[in-house]
Design a binder for this molecule. Structure first.
Ligand code: ZN
Length: 226
């Protein structure tokens, strides 16, 4: 199922190799590079934190909220940029996530300690359910991020409902949105980087059951300030 839906997915260790290959192109390395993420808050995405075995400085700076949208915004990015080592650079890993269980349930995973599988990405699944049941836009202070997620799914629901698997299309919609918002934030805040290079790596995190390693399908690799 994973190979069918995400044919380019690879272990997180391959994402590390990509970073190790890219950074030297701009005279960066594990010692002078700060990393950030714009991925969903779900603790399963801590699987990316095996990258901390590579980076020397504490990380990541967290740009993302639920679903992975960079809710930290320009202010968050400027703060991150101001923390980059002197003569160093930065990497941001971004994208949505989707669970696939061993028995092929898409948008679900079995979490450690639970007998039943649960939704993953829970934010996108909840958003889809909300849109399907006709809930209209409601952005409230106590559920602000989910309101924004619902808004994006409403805007592109025509494409989502035509898809074979709506959760897979919702994941693609989330990817497009995260990429667009993050690149807008970066492009609008390049001053805050000074001369420091920034690498953006976008992709889809594929979460698997708790006793299996997660995967990452790289979609975009882009340098800024290089
Ligand atoms: Zn999620």
């Amino acid at each position: 199922m994973i190979k069918e839906l995400f044919p380019e997915s690879q272990p997180i260790s391959e994402l590390r190799k990509l970073i190790e290959t890219e950074l030297p192109k701009e005279n960066l390395n594990e010692g002078n590079t700060l990393w950030a993420t714009s991925v969903c808050s779900d603790e399963v995405n801590q699987s990316l934190n095996q990258l901390n075995d590579y980076f020397k400085a504490f990380g990541p700076f967290i740009m993302g909220g639920i679903s992975g949208i960079p809710f930290a915004g320009k202010t968050g990015f400027k703060a991150f940029a101001s923390h980059i080592p002197d003569n160093g650079g930065a990497v941001i890993i971004y994208g949505p996530h989707i669970g696939i269980t061993k028995d092929g349930k898409v948008g679900m995973i079995n979490r450690d300690g639970q007998g039943e599988s649960s939704s993953c990405c829970g934010s996108l699944v909840a958003g889809l359910n909300s849109v399907k049941t006709g809930n209209v836009l409601n952005i409230s202070h106590d559920d602000y991020q989910q309101g924004q997620v619902n808004k994006i799914l409403i805007e592109r629901y025509d494409e989502i409902k035509k898809a074979d698997r709506d959760i897979v299309m919702a994941t693609e919609v989330a990817y497009d949105q995260i990429k667009r918002e993050l690149t807008d934030i970066v492009a609008g805040s390049l001053d805050s980087l000074g001369e420091k290079p920034l690498l953006l790596i976008g992709g889809i995190i594929i979460n698997r059951d708790w006793d299996q390693d997660d995967l990452f399908e790289v979609r975009d690799v882009a340098w800024y300030n290089n």
